[in-house]
Design a protein around this ligand. Sequence first.
Ligand SMILES: NC(=O)c1ccc[n+]([C@@H]2O[C@H](COP(=O)([O-])OP(=O)(O)OC[C@H]3O[C@@H](n4cnc5c(N)ncnc54)[C@H](O)[C@@H]3O)[C@@H](O)[C@H]2O)c1
Length: 422
Amino acid sequence: MVSKAPLLRLLTAVNRRRMKLLVVIAFVAYVASAVWGNFVNMRSLQENGEQKIENKIEEAVAPLREKIRDLEKSFTQKYPPVKFLSEKDRKRILITGGAGFVGSHLTDKLMMDGHEVTVVDNFFTGRKRNVEHWIGHENFELINHDVVEPLYIEVDQIYHLASPASPPNYMYNPIKTLKTNTIGTLNMLGLAKRVGARLLLASTSEVYGDPEVHPQSEDYWGHVNPIGPRACYDEGKRVAETMCYAYMKQEGVEVRVARIFNTFGPRMHMNDGRVVSNFILQALQGEPLTVYGSGSQTRAFQYVSDLVNGLVALMNSNVSSPVNLGNPEEHTILEFAQLIKNLVGSGSEIQFLSEAQDDPQRRKPDIQKAKLMLGWEPVVPLEEGLNKAIHYFRKELEYQANNQYIPKPKPARIKKGRTRHN
Ligand SMILES: NC(=O)c1ccc[n+]([C@@H]2O[C@H](COP(=O)([O-])OP(=O)(O)OC[C@H]3O[C@@H](n4cnc5c(N)ncnc54)[C@H](O)[C@@H]3O)[C@@H](O)[C@H]2O)c1
């Protein structure tokens, strides 16, 4: 008989060893899993951290990337097509008031014709945005300067347009309007004399005042109240014309004088209280179109590209006496209101307000002289021009809405309660 005791002891010893082994294995497995878990946690923490850092870097870099893209764009900026002109034909042209409504369109035309253009503007009513598409072009220069101060540059032609043009703007500071039209014009004539340049003055139909003849031809001397609220502009332009002819006679300066009638188009001021801008804004904003009086007063509006062609034709002609530039097609104010309302597709009603004081009943240019001597006449149909202006105003309203500013149309006010159609 074999005794069981040694066998049991043997078995117990083997089990104990296995148990120990199992315990050791379990411990090692536990430690390994803990270490692995930590490792995985650390890894994901590290990955999260890396992600956060990457996000932060991206946040910081994104605007820089945007700026670099803008810079690259500006280096390779696409300008409107510009003709090549030989040295002989290329002129150095100064446009005072070139960042304004008419001046910026004139800048476009002369730049595209291949000339070197210097725009001088104090940005009273003008805007850099009107000429920003030329900034950086080798033929273009923009100078922030007030024409009331002397200017010393070398030029062949001067288009002198610097002056506020709408009643609220020129009545805002009548003394400054007078200085701009008198001292400013003297400074530009002095420059023309010094460098032998030809100067074109942007005069106005307002030199005829409240006319007693209809239509107005250049030999009409006008009917202006020298002490009225509009005199700073009307008389300012009249004396500017006088200065031109004094410089011509006394100093031999070549001058051209354009008497500009009402003009409209893109880049005109949205809220300067003139009839076209008022009606377009009111129609676009669904507000009543305000007509002063019965609306039977007539006005004639030319589209800005017609005016610009007329200015260039006059500058390059040999006509030194004043020339009317305007569109003789007359419409009543009521017709304008209805036409604009229809073109905009607006549901606005037409509201009649009491008649405005000093509101001329009729204004229409006689353009026989421009036709005969410049071969110029307006060609842009009214509806076509209005559609372009409406498109521009729509875009401007969107732009301003995005910039949190929506202007309300303001009627021009001469004095308390006095308004008129311009
Ligand atoms: N637009 C019209 O219907 C009309 C009609 C008749 C005459 N005009 C004449 O045409 C010219 C241009 O008119 P617009 O309609 O383009 O007006 P605008 O106000 O848009 O332009 C005039 C420009 O002259 C600048 N300016 C004003 N004072 C200045 C100063 N002291 N120094 C430098 N710059 C100055 C303004 O900042 C602006 O850019 C004006 O001389 C105006 O009298 C215009």
